[in-house]
Design a protein around this ligand. Structure first.
Ligand code: ADP
Length: 251
């Protein structure tokens, strides 16, 4: 579903990703862990086409992000191609990023209506179903500012799912929350991860959450994967010294 092939990303003189290769299979749930500044968020931003690779290629569901096929040649992607690939990928951010001037229902329906052309009544019916799922059915008419952080994050999750993405990216989704709100959001995401056949790529500092929701964990350091394995192996018998040091510091 996702394939990075020799991806290099530089910001000025700083090389953030160094010939990075990795893939995520359809329906697989993968978590990226590693020290701050190791390039994890950059990977998600590349997948959202918020950044462009310096070199190398990224594919989502068989389509290149930065290029498109024309006959047997690859040419730079145009806006139409990018829009199409973007539809496959949803993201939930650390800071929720809800539209402050729209009520909850509108926050969820706006993108399906505008970007996918879903009729408004259909989008609203779906949004109400999703609000039911995130246990906020009674907040449809509220504005985000009237909700707690945990509730805002659950709206953001519903909003991402309303686009019916193939891939859901989660970027430190609980780190801006008060501690007592964290477990509600994590449980919801664990249920979503276990139910659907959504492909999940998650960045988190919460190791218990990583363990709960992942099939595979990738340990990053300085823009490269230093170790990968199933959560049990990574968290109980990491083989790499850098993974051991990192886990010792965060656990
Ligand atoms: P992580 O998510 O692992 O903490 P990031 O992907 O956020 O790491 O950042 C990796 C490195 O890239 C950091 O050194 C950061 O300062 C740098 N970086 C990220 N985005 C930009 C940007 N837009 N301009 C310059 N440097 C950036």
């Amino acid at each position: 579903m996702i394939r990075f092939d020799k991806v290099v990303k530089r910001f000025g003189d700083v090389t953030v990703l160094r010939e990075l290769d990795f893939h995520v299979r359809p329906g697989e749930r993968v978590t990226l862990i590693g020290p701050s500044g190791s390039g994890k968020t950059t990977i998600l931003r590349l997948l959202m086409t918020l950044e462009r690779v310096t070199s190398g290629t990224i594919e989502v569901d068989g389509q290149y992000l930065s290029h498109m096929r024309r006959g047997d040649r690859l040419v730079p992607a145009d806006e139409r191609h990018l829009r199409q690939v973007r539809k496959k990928v949803g993201m939930v951010f650390q800071q929720f990023n809800l539209f402050p001037n729209m009520n909850v229902l509108r926050n969820i329906t706006e993108a399906p209506v505008r970007a996918l052309g879903v009729p408004r009544d259909q989008a609203e019916a779906k949004a109400r179903e999703l609000l039911e799922m995130v246990e906020l059915a009674d907040k449809a008419d509220e504005h985000p500012s009237r909700l707690s952080g945990g509730q805002q994050q659950r709206v953001a999750i519903a909003r991402a799912l309303a686009m019916e993405p193939e891939v859901l990216l989660l970027d430190e989704v609980t780190s801006a929350l008060d501690p007592e709100l964290v477990s509600g959001v994590q449980c919801l995401l664990r249920d979503i991860a276990q139910q659907g056949n959504l492909t999940l790529l998650c960045v988190t500092h919460e190791m218990r959450f990583a363990r709960d929701i992942s099939d595979r964990v990738l340990m990053f350091d300085q823009g490269q994967i230093v170790e990968e394995g199933d959560p049990e192996q990574i968290f109980t018998e990491p083989t790499h010294q850098r993974t051991r040091d990192f886990l010792q510091a965060v656990l």
